[in-house]
Design a protein around this ligand. Structure first.
Ligand code: SF4
Ligand code: SF4
Length: 440
């Protein structure tokens, strides 16, 4: 079995971001790239997974990266990591000697969103990904640290993706980074961390900037990097839950067209033809003046919400505009490739510490030390779709006994997608359109 087929059969998807099936990303880039980037920027405030995983498994991650780079035909592997992650950087600098000159470290400044692929590729290569484009278009493939560890486990240890490391932070008794089976119920994860410190809380899957609110009955997926627990009345929760009616009303009544949201926007600074304040103006005056499709260029990083002097939520407005355009069947028409970045770009690198201060997250800046053993749970509910593409089709039925690593559901060879696997020996207790549940 070749590398691509092994990665596909192991059910590996991008462990950060949209969760693109990894086999497809790599196979479609073979022979077309010169640089393979390991994204270790970990730029969302408070999250502490990638830097700890890279520190614990540097040789494994670099080995997998070199294998993938060789398959791609890439000349070099570059680890993009913030220089402030000193302990991980020290470990990397020692290990890297074993990899000849194929592997380099790029020391990123401490800014948000350094881990956004568009920003990362520009920082490391000086190349600008076109509007609405992919790193592949400028000769680059980017992979996340945890995805590469999954590739190593498949190629060298022979097992598929059955668990994932997550930081559990915020209002939990014991903030920590733990490895749990894919499909673990969030309620059970909180119990593993000593429970919550408060009664009225909300759980965010991801970081405070780009994470989404989830229920305690939801589950950890292959893409969950962090669970952030915040009080129900926290400003971050307010921003994520404010009704559409209200934030659109706010924009109409209070946007002063100061341009601050545009001037800090990472996509505008890369030279993309995208001016956030003009979208807010079009929405305020309820006119479709041809500018609204620019909202498709928004990566939803939330920096505009951070900067807005009127406490408005331009990111939420952009999200809504995108949804409404998609409902009308209007696609992103923007494909321009900028010649150069804006001259102000270098001066607009916002340290995460300023986001933490503005969004009242200071009290949650605590270590979340990693525990490498996979935590035991008795029950998992594994989603059949955890990535972009087609849902997996169950191969098991209620009452079956399944073995650890057994494939529970798969995707036909000609469709985009990957299967799911059993994290332990168990009985199948439920098979639905969306999940397979297992009980030990
Ligand atoms: S920063 Fe706020 S007030 Fe200024 S243009 Fe943007 S949305 Fe309007
Ligand atoms: S969320 Fe705001 S700052 Fe971020 S890309 Fe979109 S418009 Fe720009």
């Amino acid at each position: 079995m070749n590398l691509i087929e092994k990665i596909r059969q192991a059910g590996i998807v991008g462990a950060g971001g949209a969760g693109f099936p990894t086999y497809f990303k790599i196979s479609s880039a073979a022979g077309k790239v010169d640089t393979y980037i390991i994204n270790a920027a970990e730029c969302e405030p408070l999250i502490q997974v990638d830097k700890q995983i890279l520190k614990c498994y540097p040789e494994q991650i670099l080995t997998a990266a070199v294998d993938v780079a060789n398959f791609l035909g890439a000349k070099k592997v570059v680890v993009g990591i913030k220089h402030k992650y000193k302990e991980t950087v020290e470990v990397l600098e020692r290990i890297i000697q074993k990899f000849d000159h194929k592997v380099e470290i790029f020391y990123l400044d401490n800014f948000y969103p350094a881990g956004d692929e568009f920003s990362l590729v520009y920082e490391i290569t000086g190349r600008i990904i076109p509007e609405g484009g992919l790193p592949l278009e400028v000769g680059v493939v980017v992979s996340n640290v945890v995805s590469l560890l999954n590739i190593y486990n498949t190629l060298y240890e022979g097992y598929p993706v059955i668990s994932r490391p997550i930081s559990v932070i915020g209002e939990v008794v014991k903030p920590k980074t733990i490895v749990v089976p894919v499909g673990t119920i969030i309620k059970d994860v909180l119990t593993l961390c000593g429970g919550t410190k408060i009664k009225n809380f909300v759980v965010i899957d991801g970081g405070p900037m780009m994470g989404k609110i989830v229920s305690i009955d939801d589950v950890v997926t292959k893409r969950t990097s962090s669970l952030l627990i915040l009080p129900v009345d926290h400003p971050v929760i307010r921003m994520k839950t404010l009704s559409e009616h209200y934030f659109l009303y706010q924009i109409k009544s209070a946007c002063e067209q100061c341009r601050d949201c545009t001037e800090i926007c990472p996509r505008y600074l890369l030279g993309h033809n995208f001016e956030c304040h003009r979208i807010q103006r079009s929405v305020s005056y309820n006119v479709d003046d041809g500018l609204l499709t620019q909202a498709y260029l928004c990566c939803e990083c939330g920096l505009c919400d951070w900067v807005c002097p009127m406490n408005l939520l331009p990111r939420r407005v952009n999200q809504t505009v995108k949804q409404k355009l998609a409902q009308r069947g209007i696609k992103n028409p923007h494909r321009r490739k900028p010649e150069r970045v804006r001259v102000t770009k270098e001066y607009r690198k916002l340290p995460p510490e300023r986001i933490i201060a503005r969004f009242q997250l200071n009290e949650y800046v605590n270590p979340a030390p990693i525990e490498l053993d996979t935590k035991e749970v008795n029950f998992v509910k594994i989603p059949l779709l955890q990535h972009i593409g087609t849902k997996a089709i169950p191969k098991v039925k209620v009452g079956d006994t399944v073995e650890k690593y057994q494939e529970l559901a798969s995707v036909e060879a000609d469709k985009l997608g990957v299967g799911i696997h059993a994290p332990f020996r168990a009985k199948v207790v439920e098979v639905t359109e969306n999940y397979i549940s297992l009980q030990q």
